[in-house]
Design a protein around this ligand. Sequence first.
Ligand SMILES: CCCCC/C=C\C/C=C\CCCCCCCC(=O)SCCNC(=O)CCNC(=O)[C@H](O)C(C)(C)COP(=O)(O)OP(=O)(O)OC[C@H]1O[C@@H](n2cnc3c(N)ncnc32)[C@H](O)[C@@H]1OP(=O)(O)O
Ligand SMILES: CCCCCCCCCCCCCCCCCC(=O)OC[C@@H](O)COP(=O)(O)O
Length: 398
Amino acid sequence: MGLVQLLKSQVLCHLIMCYVFVVSGLIINLLQFCTLPVWLINKQLARRINIRLAYCISSQMVATLEWWSETECTLYTDPESFPLYGNENAIVVLNHSYDIDFLCGWTFCERFGVLGSSKVLAKKELSYVPVIGWMWYFLEIVFCKRKWEEDRTTVAQSLQNLHDYPENFWFLLYCEGTRFTRKKHQISMKVAESKGLPKLKYHLLPRTKGFWVTVQNLRGKAVAVYDATLNFRNNETPTLLGVMSGKKYHADLYVRRIPLDLIPEDEAECAAWLHKLYQEKDGFQEQYAQTGRFPGPVKSPPRRPWCLINWLFWVCLLLYPLGLLLVQLISSGSALTIAVAVALFSAASLGFRWMIGQTEISRGSSYGSKAQSQISPVRDKNDQDPSLRLQILICTVG
Ligand SMILES: CCCCC/C=C\C/C=C\CCCCCCCC(=O)SCCNC(=O)CCNC(=O)[C@H](O)C(C)(C)COP(=O)(O)OP(=O)(O)OC[C@H]1O[C@@H](n2cnc3c(N)ncnc32)[C@H](O)[C@@H]1OP(=O)(O)O
Ligand SMILES: CCCCCCCCCCCCCCCCCC(=O)OC[C@@H](O)COP(=O)(O)O
């Protein structure tokens, strides 16, 4: 291991990175809060300001991936679609199998110039995460409780609000609804079986309602669905801590552009279309497992310097006061002050670790692993046959 690599793997280094990320993030959250009066006067201006402020936060994590760990991201896609990426609004459907799949998504957003404006259908719990979750409020990220009865109106309304959004965005949908684990996979395949759907090897059974509601509500605004399938070379399972330790990964992303007009409007047909899409995605993963590559030519956009410049700016701005504080602390010689500082430092470290934990599959939710919680026979009146739900419940619990 070289000296630089050794340095990157040091906990102290990680703490400094977290410090810069969190303190700069909180400053930006505060600035975002200050844009609230602008919303009242000029909503589009406030949105544009927030896109740039959000870029200052998310691009720091992208810089860690691209410049610190030097992870390579290869894009497999058709050359005719390539010029359209970043120049239109699109719904992105991505597999949800890795701790850092969202970060790879962000990297591609960055390279196509839509990082600040990109959106996601995210679980409500993430909105409470300081810095990222708070930033998302001002970006009009769509949150869901993963309870269709409650989500059906709130999600539709939030999507409608995006119709006059002033800049191009990608709207990310993890249709699997939760990250892949063996247990969740087993349960979802029982659901697939009970519905007479073919089994998937590499994906959980997609939840179709969020996709349908997104497509219906973004019609006229988004023009395409980007079917994106991600994998990592050498069977690697990358983590955020690995990235922060400077571990270099190699991500491969296969993207197919599908015009939105081709997606059926009818809910049942749209659901069937999505199930077919996931069967195809499974096929691409199988091909990757067999050959180590996705279909189609490689057309990778290069990394850009902006996220690095932004990161260095915050590092320079925030390290100086931290150094000054440390010097003052040590020179004070007061045992009580030092004890308080150590306690604060420990609390901050725990906070950082908790935030990183949000990205870890091993600390993920139980959603999708307890069939009962999703398949209640008592559903709202617009839902499907309760007897079918009961049948699935019996099947999955059994
Ligand atoms: C180029 C690439 C990169 C681009 C990147 C672009 C942008 C980046 C921007 C930001 C990055 C940040 C990333 C942050 C990540 C955060 C992501 C998340 O939080 S994922 C979790 C939240 N999102 C979702 O859940 C979306 C998918 N879910 C849905 O669509 C759901 O339908 C729902 C709308 C959330 C409603 O949830 P609910 O639980 O009520 O689901 P359903 O009504 O659908 O469930 C019942 C339905 O499912 C069947 N069922 C039951 N059990 C299972 C099971 N275990 N597996 C599968 N299916 C199951 C059940 O039979 C019912 O079926 P049916 O619908 O037929 O009746
Ligand atoms: C620049 C230096 C970086 C230091 C970073 C330190 C802090 C890191 C902060 C991380 C912020 C949290 C971002 C959350 C994104 C998590 C995305 C995700 O994958 O969510 C999971 C959900 O989809 C599904 O949840 P589960 O049901 O699987 O459970």
